[in-house]
Design a protein around this ligand. Structure first.
Ligand code: UFG
Length: 329
């Protein structure tokens, strides 16, 4: 089966491409390289340079490669940037997805796995967060993903396009098998920033806020290994290919770790005692985000197996040590 992976040269996309190959699918990566890396795509994978806004070209590629389903990652994904430049997020994420869905409709492709986010929940009312929790994003990035989920529901209703939307919590870690990992520019995520500090590429790690209502005053997040995420995409794809109906699932490990706990684990794994500085809260950060992933466990039999914090940090550390300048190394 041929699967078009938009954004397949990005962090999560490239790990899903690896998992697709392992599972016997043929991934075709479709990426405009605005943030993706050609080096993240293995040489035996078909790589097409293209933009999701280009409906005509995307439709042509879907027809040429006889695409059976799409996995859609291509998006802008920086929360802070989304508040400063909402137009970019509505253009790249919402309008780009609309063009992609139209290309799918034109090419007769009616199955899609969509990369959504826990940011659709905003400040949660209850922990753990279930899929039927209130959807009240507190940033433009989350709102843009929520709009796309709504578009998918409407395309399903009107055009029988079936989808699985996967709401990721904090994706982290790196592949066990290949030289792929996390390389964002600018980097804003906690674990890669910590590891760059351990390497001496950055001077210190900032803790954003020490007065949250949590055990140690720092924010608690649900970290999920990117390889566990990748397996969930293949399960979602198989569900759709078997004729399954549309679904929305959380993807988290169901365990919460504070910023201080992550720093402690990183010091242990790396055996480096790097400098840490306590700073003010970062605007818009909820105190605690922990998923219930019970729905996808029950319905698709997904079980995260690599998501202990030490494994997440250990695999990420290996990637960072081998690639101190990311893919440029
Ligand atoms: N943090 C620090 N110092 C840093 C960076 C982050 O203390 O230098 C803290 C943050 O305040 C937060 C935690 O570490 O409490 C994790 O922050 P990340 O930026 O790594 O991740 P977020 O939880 O902010 O964001 C993640 C995804 C987003 C998604 C969001 C959904 O990266 O794409 O979860 O809630 F929108």
């Amino acid at each position: 089966m041929n699967i078009l992976v938009t954004g397949g040269a990005g962090y999560i996309g490239s790990h899903v491409v690896e998992e697709l190959q392992k599972s016997g699918f043929i991934p075709i990566v479709y990426d405009n390289f605005s943030t993706g890396h050609a080096a993240a795509v293995s040489e035996d994978v078909q790589l097409v340079e293209g933009d999701i806004h280009d409906t005509v070209f995307a439709k042509h590629i879907m027809e040429q490669f006889e695409i059976d389903a799409v996995i859609h990652f291509a998006a802008s994904s920086l929360v802070g940037e989304s508040m400063e430049n909402p137009a970019k997020y509505y253009f790249n994420n919402v309008e780009g997805s609309l063009h992609l869905f139209e290309a799918m409709r034109g090419a007769g492709v009616d199955k899609i796995v969509f990369s959504s986010t826990a940011a659709v929940y905003g400040e949660p009312e209850n922990i753990p967060i279930t899929e039927d929790s209130k959807l009240q994003p507190t940033n433009v990035y989350g709102r843009s993903k929520l709009v796309i989920e709504g578009m998918l529901a409407d395309y399903d209703m009107a055009y029988d396009m079936h989808y699985v939307a996967l709401r990721y919590f904090n994706a982290a870690g790196a592949s066990f098998n290949r030289n792929i990992g996390e390389d964002h520019s600018p980097e804003t995520h906690l674990i890669p920033l910590i590891l760059k500090t351990a390497q001496g590429v950055r001077k210190h790690v900032s803790i954003f806020g020490t007065d949250y209502p949590t055990n140690d005053g720092t924010c608690v997040r649900d970290y999920i290994h990117v390889c566990d995420l990748a397996v969930a995409h293949v399960l979602a794809l198989e569900h759709l290919l078997k004729g399954g109906t549309s679904r929305v699932y959380n993807l988290g490990s169901e365990n919460g770790f504070s910023v201080r706990e992550i720093i402690k684990s990183a010091k242990k794994v790396t055996t480096i005692d790097f400098p840490v500085v306590e700073e003010q809260r970062r605007p818009g950060d909820p105190a605690v985000l922990i998923a219930s992933s019970n729905k996808i466990r029950q319905e698709l039999g997904w079980t995260p197996v690599h998501s202990s914090v030490d494994t997440i940090i250990g695999t990420a550390w290996k990637w960072h040590k081998d690639h101190p300048q990311g893919y440029e190394s």
